[in-house]
Design a protein around this ligand. Sequence first.
Ligand code: ADP
Ligand code: MG
Length: 320
Amino acid sequence: MLALPFPALGEWVHDQQSIMGTEITATVWHEDAAQGKAAIAAVMAEMRRIDATYSPYIETSELAKLNASAAKQPVQLSSELSLLIDRSLHYSRLSGGAFDITFASIGWFYDYRGKKQPDAEQQKSLLPAINYHLLNYDPERRTLSYGHPNVRVDLGGIAKGYAVDRAIDILRRHGVAHASVSAGGDSRLLGDRRGRPWLIGIKNPRQKGPDDRDVVLTMPLNDVAVSTSGDYERYFVDEKTGERVHHIINPKTGRSAQGVISVTILGPRGIDTDALSTTVFVLGVQDGLALIDELADFDAVMIDAQGKVHYSKGLQAPTE
Ligand code: ADP
Ligand code: MG
């Protein structure tokens, strides 16, 4: 066989693992496949570290320890947890409380797999504990205390987006220039797919049947973070009311947010697109799009309860 004068340099490397209660996928191009694999292994290790640090279910996690003591005394935060709290509070203020990590004060009592939800009594007594103003956060000292005994914090609306940002940083440090990383509904793209764009799909939120949902919309994208929040990932249907009980909680009611069924946010960083996808889901079509249209770097695609698709201004054709 004739030897090629220039051996084909580089290879795509891919891996998928179940971490953080979701599927983590990474696809990278590297000139040296072994180094590409090592880069992906470093990403997976980082995902495990983030899970071990911020899972509310792991008793030794920094977040679980915070929840166990912050109602009693101020707790010293790591600089990373401090950053996540700070960013969360930013989106709480920006959205008038639609994004609120104290949603977990009630959210903790939902069990989507076991089809259980807090009863009316619990709802009533715990609702006052959902309020980000109860988070006494001191950014200089990096301390946090809770102003109510029933407050509980969960970072499920922001941590996966942060995790894909960390993944992209790690890949860059490993010399990677073309990559796609996703943690469930949060993805981030580095570069293009070597001459072609990456393709990000928005799934049909109401397709019955197998887990593999049809894609209703495909977007060719590069160098961007994309987060989707839907009411179809973790939910059950309340047999009495027929209501869909899912994992995005309206902090005003302590119940699942209604009106929208899917929100996709595009922007530079996952920490922001993740928080904003949850925020806009709670705000609904009108207020949600108004918020995104005010933010220069972000765009949104929303599907309302009637199945109608709505786009932020940046994704609409310019009008004359
Ligand atoms: P996922 O990728 O897990 O589907 P989403 O971005 O759709 O995440 O956010 C849903 C998660 O956000 C929930 O599982 C919960 O942990 C958290 N969450 C739910 N409601 C709120 C809220 N109002 N504010 C902040 N976080 C929330
Ligand atoms: Mg989100």
